[in-house]
Design a protein around this ligand. Structure first.
Ligand code: SF4
Length: 296
């Protein structure tokens, strides 16, 4: 399998680096091999590969679901309520649980096969439908625990931030670092109080803390010492401050080195070849691509 690197813009992200470290072949399949498979008219092999690319782990799905509803609830009142003085705060549970039930129903009815943007769990994809009841129960239980923790923890604090102080932020957000590498981060929300800009995100890494500071400095003209970053840990209902001991120079070098190593896998001809991305067989049992890789 060979792709042209020129057709696929390179960008660095925490997720891509994790995938690269997990198994280089999975990185190839995700970023190059499955390219074009979102198209319903793509050849079946490519469609299958793209299906696997889109699968979500249970924990990844729960974080995405909660993060997305929390973000929507944080920003939505701008449209309908007084911009300065919110009255009470919206509850997350109803929105999250009804979306979960809707999406789970669609997963069982195969909507994902037609539309790969619809969420699908790896555990459902790889097991028969008889096991779906246990998956649903497990996810429901974990969701309720997380929502209880959030609603008695950090959510009322976030919801009490005045609308005036909430800052719209793209997610995903593109950030270009020195050396010209394009990177992506996925902030959930941002607010600015007493001159300090705070980002809430879900990776908790120094790399994300650094990239958000770059964005604040280069785009919003806010110096790094006026920026704070927080990781949302939904299952505990808390925010954990990240980047407290950030070594900016070292973290920047880590991103640049990771990106350079990935770009090195492109042949001088501009081709990207599956054979240049070694499999890591000991990781296969927990990998989304295992059905595809088994055939190789
Ligand atoms: S199935 Fe194994 S070799 Fe293939 S991408 Fe996944 S971890 Fe790598």
């Amino acid at each position: 399998m060979i792709r042209s690197a020129a057709d696929i813009a390179f960008s660095w992200s925490v997720r891509r680096q994790e995938m690269w470290n997990f198994c280089r072949r999975s990185c190839f399949l995700h970023y190059y091999g499955a390219r074009g498979g979102h198209d319903a008219d793509a050849v079946p092999e490519l469609r299958n590969l793209h299906e696997m690319r889109s699968l979500l782990s249970e924990s990844g799905y729960l974080r995405r679901l909660i993060g997305s509803e929390l973000r929507a609830a944080f920003y939505a009142p701008h449209e309908s309520e007084d911009p300065e003085f919110p009255a009470g705060f919206p509850h997350l549970s109803g929105a999250v649980m009804s979306r979960f039930h809707r999406e789970f129903h669609r997963m069982l009815h195969g909507e994902f096969r037609r539309d790969h943007a619809a969420p699908m769990l790896e555990t459902l994809y790889y097991s028969d439908s008889a096991g779906s009841g246990a998956v649903r129960e497990r996810l429901e239980r974990e969701l309720r625990q997380a929502l209880d923790a959030l609603e008695s923890g950090v959510w009322p604090i976030l919801a009490s931030v005045r609308f005036l102080h909430r800052r719209a932020i793209d997610s995903p957000l593109e950030v270009t670092i020195p050396g010209g590498v394009h990177c992506y981060v996925v902030p959930l929300l941002a607010f600015q109080e007493k001159g300090v800009l705070s980002f809430v995100e879900s990776s908790g890494t120094d790399t994300t803390a650094l990239l958000l500071r770059f964005h604040a400095m280069n785009v919003l003209h806010i110096p790094p010492n006026r920026v704070r970053t927080f990781e949302l840990i939904p299952e505990k209902g808390v925010l954990r401050e990240s980047g407290i001991e950030l070594n900016a120079a070292r973290t920047l070098r880590e991103i640049q080195a990771g990106a350079a190593e990935m770009l090195n896998a492109v042949r001088p001809s501009g081709e990207v070849c599956l054979d240049d991305f070694p499999p890591r067989r000991e990781a296969c049992s927990g990998c989304r691509f295992r059905a595809f890789c088994r055939q190789l």
